[in-house]
Design a protein around this ligand. Structure first.
Ligand code: NAD
Ligand code: IPM
Ligand code: MN
Length: 366
């Protein structure tokens, strides 16, 4: 199958993990006889340096024409003091908004081999398997006004949502729950925020359409606590933009590292931008030690969601699992024993498994 994929490496470890993901995809395309064509474009700090803007029009146009987009990460200290419109993060927010990618799916599933890599107790983490669905194009991130007063002594950010924006993400959560264990936890701050009160009303209304799905409401502060004390009680967790941002980094602790969490930013027609949950990690950029598995697992999400290539996605996920079973891990994972390796080596191990599963398969089918 011929697919056009836009690569947005971005900044810091973004280009390192995108390089790994591309190599893994090359192994998959070879195995399954697909043709993927890649188009690399600038975003974030590197786009500011080259084009004077974090989101060049050329990048937006390429993404609009693509079948799917892979994004590494944006940001870094070099641009931290820039005015708001010239921050790398504006590029990421801009492309999500321009493409209407309102649903950010962040699956969190502990790999059995990494149970001891989490600082949480083994018995707390074991069996956790949840999906955080984060609203991605509304809320505090996009509300106006968002500015400082002329005298610099006061500021305002605006948390704004339309009912329709809430309806579509909450609907997405119910639909996702039907494909899983049929339980939705809606997270809000309805004891304080007007937006959360409306959010709760919409959830209550929607649940009538999904009688087979159970629903609970949880305040965000309690949700933050339960996520790391009783993570197995969650199936699908749906929440607004900023709560979802914070809770998903917290949830990465269940998997042992932020470097393990993939995500899909999608809309209803299957177009998607696939991005790890982590950032550009300036503290380790350029050292060859970044964990590429979150990015590699994001490509598996792309294959499944945008291209309906279930088997191909499974091959990547199985390869990652096998690499961990073999004891290979990067420095961010606090694993005793096994083989501590860098980005290049762990990618090579994933590719070997993608290829050797092929060999096993051909033996079986002969
Ligand atoms: P970060 O996610 O970049 O890093 C947090 C910590 O996790 C660091 O210690 C880092 O070394 C480690 N880490 C993250 N990913 C890793 C990986 N794949 N392998 C090994 N270790 C990994 O968050 P931060 O330091 O708060 O932010 C740095 C920059 O990244 C900021 O400019 C921020 O705005 C940006 N950011 C971008 C995205 C994105 O592009 N999607 C996401 C989050 C943060
Ligand atoms: C993420 C990041 C971004 C966000 C930043 C870099 C704008 O933290 O993708 O989780 O807050 O959405
Ligand atoms: Mn984040």
């Amino acid at each position: 199958m011929d697919k056009q994929i836009v690569l947005l490496p971005g900044d810091g470890i973004g280009s390192e993990v995108i390089h790994s993901a591309r190599q893994v995809l090359d192994a998959v395309t070879e195995r399954f006889n697909h043709t993927f064509t890649y188009h690399t474009h600038d975003i974030g700090g590197s786009a500011i340096d080259k084009h004077g803007t974090p989101l060049p029009q050329d990048t937006v146009s390429a993404c609009e024409q693509a079948d799917a987009i892979l994004l590494g990460a944006v940001g870094g200290p070099k641009w931290d003091q820039n005015p708001s419109h010239l921050r790398p993060e504006k590029g990421l927010l801009g492309i999500r908004k321009a493409l209407g990618l309102f649903a950010n799916l962040r699956p969190i599933k502990g790999f059995p081999q990494l149970l001891h890599a989490s600082p949480l107790k083994h018995e707390v983490v074991e069996g956790s398997d949840l999906l955080i669905i984060r609203e991605l194009t509304g809320g505090l991130y996009f509300g106006t006004p968002s500015e400082r007063s002329h005298d610099g002594k006061s500021v305002v950010d605006t948390l704004a949502y339309d009912r329709s924006e809430m309806e579509r993400i909450i609907d997405n959560a119910f639909k996702s729950a039907r494909l899983r264990r049929k339980h939705v936890t809606s997270v809000d701050k309805a004891n304080v925020l007007e937006s959360s009160k409306l959010w709760r009303e919409v959830v209550e209304e929607k649940k009538a359409e999904y009688p087979d799905v159970t629903v609970e409401h949880l305040l965000v502060d309690a949700a933050a606590m339960k996520l790391i004390t009783a993570p197995t009680q969650f199936d699908v967790m749906v929440t607004e933009n900023m709560f979802g941002d914070i809770l998903s980094d917290e949830a990465s602790v269940l998997t042992g590292s932020l470097g393990m969490l993939p995500s899909a930013s999608i809309r209803d027609d299957g177009v998607g931008l696939y991005e790890p949950v982590h950032g550009s990690a300036p503290d380790i950029a350029g050292q060859g030690i970044a964990n590429p598995l979150a990015m590699i697992l994001s490509t598996a999400m792309m294959l499944r969601h945008s291209f309906h290539m279930k088997e191909e996605a499974q091959v990547i996920e199985d390869a990652v699992q096998q690499v961990l079973e073999d004891g290979y891990h990067t420095k961010d994972l606090d694993v005793k024993g096994g083989q501590l390796v860098g980005t290049v080596e762990i990618t090579k191990q994933v590719i070997e498994h993608v290829t050797s599963q092929d060999a096993t398969k051909s033996i079986q089918t002969c």
